[in-house]
Every structure is written in C-alpha cells, then in structure tokens.
Design a protein around this ligand. Structure first.
Ligand code: MG
Length: 294
C-alpha cells in the first residue's frame, strides 16, 4: 500500500527519486473539449463541362473528394504485419464462418433473408442484393471485422473492391481495394467516407485478408434532433492506426461528387451494415463489444 498523503508537508517528506518522479507526472490529459465551431462549411453551385449544375462543398477549406493531390495529399503507404485478431471472451460474435451464424445474425435491410453468399467461410457481397445488416442493434462499440477485396482486379478508383462498414447503418468506414489504386483520399480504404482520410494507407494486396478494429462512440442528439456530441472513431487497419479519435464532422452519405451530408438524428442503437457496391467483397470473423457512452 502506498503511504497515505494527508497534507502538503507529507508530500515534501518524500525524498526517494522514484517517489519524486511519481509525483512529477501530471494526471493523464483528457481530450480537449470539442470545438463546436467546426467544421466551417462553404457551399458553391457550379456548372460542369456538360452544363450540369453541381454542388461543391468545402469542409474547413478542403473540397469534399478533392482529387488534386497537391491540395489533399494521399496518405503514405505502410506495410502491415501479418496476424489478425480472434474474438475475446466477452465479444458478441456476429459471424464465425458458418451458414448457421450467417442466418442467425444477418438480414437484408428489410429484415428478410439476405441474398449475400457464404463462400469459403466468408460472407460475400452480391450485386443487387442490397446492404447486409446485423439483426442485433448496437450503439457505441468496439468492432472487429475482416474483409478481402476480390483477388481478380477489376475496375479502378471507387469501382475496385468497393464496399463499406456502416456503424449504426449510417456512418461509413470505407472498404476499397486501395492497394496501388488511387482515388480521392477521403474515399480510400479506412476513410470516414467524404469526411476524414486515413492517417496512412495500410492496405494489403487484392484477395488478401485485411482487418479493421474500430472503436466507435455514437453521436448524441437533443430533443430537437440537433447533434450535441459528434461520433468519434479510432480505427486500426491491419493493426496500424489510421483514425486517431477522429471526430466525425458530419454524415458520410453520398450527396453528389463533391457534396457531404449532415448529421440526422436517429435511434440510440441500430444495426451494423455492409455495403453492396456491386463488387464481390468478402467479410469474416466479425465480432463486437458494446461500449458504454461516456
Ligand atoms: Mg463504400
């Protein structure tokens, strides 16, 4: 038991270097209060080369889906280590590789049987089958999910191995074959789609299994539906930190080539879902640990 400190004079009697050091370490810094004045959104309406009017939005000065890498540099490439994570004892296992687990835990967005396939112990997206969603609903959580883009490379940019992991069926962590496949930074693998690019590109080759470990805190809304606390994401991609307690500045939904959506109030718990973007992306070893809202 450490000696109880009951007064300042007790403190000054501590003379050993170790004890002195212990008292010189400040209490852990808490995250700074969120800056609710951000993001600053600028909206422009412009006609493109074909005369079609488009909405161009700028979040804190950066165009949504900016393709000019001198303005929005692509994250550096990092080669990940080669081991993936098994579920801990308190996890809710949402997919263990079996048909039984698939049928017990997953549905289409209307709650009916999903037309996704189970192939070689993985759930595979089927073009036109729609999103796959968990039957159980979750709010703040830790999510482990493994995925593989097709080994046979087809398409490029957003058309190559596109899917997505949607927390609360709403906030997309992009799934994309981003191995030697350039696209806009805020739409590559591990991006919070249209909102936050990953810190680095830790992608494996097409066909190789990859994983996301996601720590997600849900947004909170007041009675009028206004967001009072934004969602946060910490994400490891193949064990490499790619989102570091990122505050999600708004929605991740598609509104146009350079437009972003805003937060919209929703229930406290919603399904986790994966996107059918027309590419046969596979998912396996899916497990969740629910987190208390702070
Ligand atoms: Mg996607």
């Amino acid at each position: 038991m450490p000696k109880k400190i009951s007064s300042l004079s007790d403190l000054f009697r501590i003379t050993t270097p170790a004890a002195a050091l212990a008292f010189s370490v400040a209490a852990p810094a808490s995250y700074a209060e969120e800056d609710m004045s951000k993001p600053v959104i600028k909206v422009e309406k412009k006609k493109d080369a074909n005369g079609r009017e488009g909405v161009y939005m700028y979040i804190d000065g950066m165009k949504v889906h900016e393709t000019d890498t001198t303005k929005q540099p692509l994250p550096p490439v990092v080669t990940p280590g080669d081991k993936l994570g098994a579920p801990p004892s308190d996890a809710v296992v949402l997919f263990d590789g079996t048909d039984k687990s698939f049928k017990a835990n997953w549905a289409d967005t209307k709650g009916g049987d999903s037309k996704w396939n189970v192939v070689d112990g993985a759930m595979e997206s089927v073009r036109g089958a729609g999103y796959l969603q968990s039957k159980e609903k979750f709010g703040s959580c830790q999510l482990h999910i493994e995925w593989a883009s097709p080994a046979k490379v087809q398409g490029n940019g957003q058309g190559r191995g596109n899917s997505g992991v949607f927390l609360m069926g709403t906030y997309e962590v992009q799934v994309l074959d981003s191995f030697d496949n350039k696209t806009y930074a805020d739409g590559q693998a591990g991006a919070l789609y249209g909102r936050s690019k990953p810190l680095v590109n830790a992608s494996r080759k097409p066909g190789d299994w990859q994983c996301y470990d996601i720590i997600f805190h849900r947004p909170l809304f007041d009675k009028e539906g206004k967001v009072t606390r934004r969602a946060t994401f910490t994400i490891l991609h193949n064990g490499v930190l790619i989102q570091d307690h990122t505050v999600l500045s708004g929605g991740t939904g598609w509104r146009g080539p350079h437009a972003a959506s805003d937060y919209k109030a929703h229930a406290d718990k919603l399904p986790i879902s994966m996107q059918d973007h027309g590419n046969p992306v596979r998912f396996r070893n899916v497990w969740v640990r629910e987190l208390k809202d702070k």
